[in-house]
Design a protein around this ligand. Structure first.
Ligand code: DX5
Ligand code: ZN
Length: 225
């Protein structure tokens, strides 16, 4: 599995419906849409939140991959599920107790009547070692490896993160864990192949997709790396 999740952060916010349709392509384009939620505290930026996600949920059936860059994410997990999140990544660095957040997601999952159970993921910043994940790694559907400091699109990929992806992939294969690996930040045509070979299953790309002259061609090129 190697797929592209465009990050809506780099899109034209005055035309969200058409921007989403551009990458979804009536089901022939991207399966995932990455949604960056920023609170101005965990990161030095504010993006969008619950009402926007609930509104764009009506546009199409693309998988909502919600990346929470907010402090104490446990407060809002159920609200994001209700708004339409299919996957929730929250930050290791933003929690008092990661396992408690995972239990919250698990209890929502068990009680979910809609047959679209939310997937759980923990995200780590570039300076956070992958070993912090070990106590609960077997409970994760995904790990999000940040390859830029969270907060802004358009930053360059931090090279040392390539080794973190390799290390995580090694832990995964050696222990036969089932989680998928997502890499987010500074992904472009130059580094996508190496990120894939390091073990990533999903690459997030904001600027490279939405700021490109031909979004369709860009998506096809990413899918073919
Ligand atoms: C950064 C966000 C990323 C960002 C990626 O905090 O988590 O998802 O949108 O943007 P690019 O691809 O432009 O680095
Ligand atoms: Zn993100």
């Amino acid at each position: 599995m190697f797929i592209l999740a465009p990050s809506l952060l780099a899109s034209d916010f005055s035309n969200l419906e058409s921007e989403i349709k551009k990458v979804y392509m009536d089901g022939k384009g991207c399966e995932y849409l990455h949604l960056d939620v920023m609170d101005g505290i965990f990161v030095k930026n504010i993006s969008f939140g619950l009402p926007v996600i609930a509104s764009i949920r009506k546009v199409c059936d693309i998988i909502f991959d919600v990346h929470l860059m907010i402090v104490k994410p446990i407060r809002y997990i159920s609200n994001f599920v209700e708004a339409g999140a299919d996957m929730i990544s929250f930050h290791y660095e933003a929690c008092d107790n990661v396992e408690e957040v995972l239990e919250t997601i698990e209890s929502i999952r068990k009680g979910d009547p809609c047959g679209r159970p939310v997937k759980c993921s923990v995200s780590i910043k570039p300076d956070t070692p992958v070993t912090v994940l070990l106590p609960f790694i077997d409970k994760l559907d995904m790990v999000l490896v940040m390859s830029v400091e969270p907060g802004f699109g358009g930053q360059p990929f931090i090279d040392k993160c390539m080794d973190k992806i390799r290390e995580l992939h090694k832990i995964k294969t050696e222990n036969d864990y089932q989680f998928i690996i997502e890499v987010d930040g500074g992904v472009n045509f130059e580094n996508a192949k190496e990120i894939k070979e390091a073990g990533a299953n999903i690459i997030v790309a904001g600027s490279s997709v939405f700021k490109s002259a031909d979004v369709k061609e860009t998506i096809e090129r990413f899918m073919g790396v």
